[in-house]
Design a protein around this ligand. Structure first.
Ligand code: ATP
Length: 584
């Protein structure tokens, strides 16, 4: 929990310090009230006193109450300021940390949990800081000060107050024992609800097409009911607190009055007035003592709840990304766009088996190299090692003669124009998506879109290059999304293109036109293409055939047709279909 406070800024600490001073003032004013109450009680019972004296004491009492209320408002305002800006810093830090994660760390936490941690858990911390700043600081000051004020009063009353405080502590500790473990469960169930909701919404087409609304609804209901029941249990247990407090406070007042009545009855004439006013004052102080312990108890409830959230946030913040940045911002050689994989083997974190084994090949500047193989043969895994989405388990990946681990990730990614298997677009405009990660002129964006064969459909869209793209590009077809993703890579003007099955949604004609335009317009740029279609790759300078994570053939289309069985099988399974298409 304390680690979370390390993210408080100087200004926030200053506000906390000012709040402490104001809280001390507030407690002082609160504890002044019973003194005036005692004065008024004595004045009322003293015959020589006038109404003016009572008004005067009453006026001072009112001023104290107003002053205390004003200070409480200011402290509340400061607390809200500190809590919200601290939460903002935490959200920012957490988001930046998450962005630095490789897929390995993201998979470890799960996307749903990372979202809950960035929202719900931070909201818990915010609430605790806002409440805690007022309650946690005030409680101990008030408790010590109020006890000191009543310490010289009648021991019978002090004894009654002691018993009330004890009853209060027993009640609250019993509650804490039952409620605390539930807080952890509530956060875990919130993760779960988040996951089920995301899953249902992201797969909404499949849910509809398979009439699985009920099935998905049940999944959601189960997660929702679990969370609701746990929350209900927590709230029901906490609901005991309010009446319990009222009972203890009323019981204490009654006891003080009952003890007071006996003491007054046993006392002599003049002593009686003093005892009566003492009793009134003591009751007020005793209430403050009970209030202070109540606030302390609330702190003990708030803190563990927040500490569950703080632990979850710290888990993310203290996770070191496994992909560590190198130092180089440029290759110390004159080479450009060269790739070499030396004895590369790879297995996914926590997996037993190697997905890639002993991969060796080189790609020269400007070459177009394709990767083909059956599904699951490791094509995507292989090219994901180049941008360091994962690091190799054995061997080396070199770009321009330098191990990719030695570059800073920024420098490495600047060399690459990567297009993922599933086209990813962000909410914004056509232009903002194509110029993503690189400030570009309108002409550059238009050129990139033209090479990616997207000009026709973009110019037909309302607002053309400024047309709105919804989150995930849901207002575009699969092929249109792919073309914009490709345009984004072209616009980067990289040394190396990496296309991970990025032409799969294009028709044969567009596929061919795009590759031709790319070849003409981006000469000298090395291109790696993962593809399923022979037609897409048969003109490549080199084709690498993968089977179960091993290279089983390297060469040109004609060579492989002669001497690579796996390639022959893939080619013959497609040729007739392709020939038909080409004849059109
Ligand atoms: N994140 C992951 N964690 C564990 N195993 C994985 C992960 N991603 C892929 N794999 C496994 O690695 C193997 C190779 O997957 P990869 O995606 O590289 O194949 P591919 O040749 O690109 O397939 P496709 O043509 O279907 O895209 C598969 O057996 C797959 O189950």
């Amino acid at each position: 929990m304390l680690k979370i406070f390390a993210y408080l800024s100087r200004k926030e600490w200053l506000l906390i310090l000012t709040s402490i001073i104001f809280i001390i003032g507030q407690v002082w004013l609160d504890l002044k009230l019973p003194d005036y109450m005692s004065e008024i009680t004595t004045l009322v019972q003293t015959q020589s006193s006038g109404t003016r004296d009572i008004w005067l004491a009453g006026g001072k009492m009112l001023l104290c109450a107003l002053g205390s209320a004003l200070l409480a408002v200011i402290v509340g305002y400061f607390a809200a300021m500190v809590a919200t800006s601290h939460a903002k810093t935490l959200r920012k830090t957490l988001f930046e940390k998450t962005l630095s994660f490789s897929l390995q760390e993201i998979n470890r936490f799960s996307t749903a949990s990372l979202i809950t941690r960035s929202t719900n858990d931070i909201a818990q911390i915010q609430q605790t800081v806002a409440m805690g700043l007022q309650v946690m600081i005030k409680a101990p000051i008030l408790a010590v000060w109020a006890i000191w004020k009543i310490s010289d009063k009648n021991w019978h009353w002090s004894f009654a107050t002691g018993i009330a405080v004890l009853a209060l502590l027993i009640m609250i500790s019993t509650l804490i024992i039952f409620v605390l473990p539930k807080f952890k469960i509530v956060q875990r169930l919130t993760d779960n609800l988040n996951r089920v909701t995301r899953e249902g919404l992201m797969g909404i087409h499949v849910v509809r097409a398979y009439n699985a609304k009920e099935y998905q609804g049940e999944k959601f209901n189960s997660a929702n009911t679990q969370l609701t029941n746990t929350n209900l249990l927590v709230n029901r247990l906490m609901a005991i607190m309010q009446p319990g407090m009222a009972l203890i406070m009323s019981g204490l007042t009654l006891s003080i009055y009952w003890i007071g009545a006996h003491l007054i009855m046993d006392a002599g004439g003049t002593e009686r007035i003093g005892l009566f006013s003492d009793m009134i004052v003591f009751t007020a102080y005793a209430m403050q003592v009970v209030m202070a312990f109540m606030m302390l108890a609330m702190t003990f409830i708030l803190l563990p709840r927040a500490s569950v959230s703080a632990t979850r946030i710290n888990e993310v913040l203290s996770t070191e990304a496994v992909i560590i940045d190198g130092q180089l911002t440029a290759a110390p050689t004159n080479r450009k766009g060269e790739i070499e994989l030396r004895n590369v083997s790879f297995k996914y974190p926590n997996a037993e088996e190697y997905v890639l084994q002993n991969i060796n090949f080189t790609v020269q500047q400007g070459e177009t190299v394709a990767f083909i193989g059956s599904t699951g043969s490791g094509k995507s895994t292989l090219i994901n090692l180049i941008p360091r989405f994962y690091d190799v388990t054995d061997g080396e990946v070199l770009i321009d003669g330098v191990n990719v681990k030695e570059y800073t990730q920024e420098a490495l990614h600047d060399k690459l124009g990567y297009v993922s298997q599933k086209a990813v677009l962000f909410s914004g405009t056509v232009k903002s998506n194509v110029a993503y990660g690189k400030s570009s002129t309108e002409a550059q964006v238009e050129k990139a879109i033209a090479i990616a064969q997207g000009q026709d459909f973009v110019e037909k869209m309302e607002d053309s290059y400024e047309a709105t793209i919804t989150q995930g590009g849901t207002n575009l077809s699969g092929g249109q999304k792919q073309r914009l993703s490709i345009a984004r890579a072209i616009n980067r003007e990289p040394e190396i293109f990496i296309f991970d099955d990025s032409f799969s949604a294009l028709d044969y004609k567009t596929d061919r036109q795009l590759r031709m335009a790319l070849k003409q317009e981006t000469q000298g740029v090395t291109t790696l293409i993962v593809a399923q279609r022979i037609g897409t790759i048969k003109d490549c300078d080199k084709i690498i055939v993968l089977d179960e994570g091993k290279i089983v053939g390297i060469g040109k289309h004609e060579e492989l047709l002669q001497n690579c069985q796996t390639y022959q099988e893939i080619a013959y399974s497609q040729l007739s279909k392709e020939e038909l298409e080409n004849d059109k």
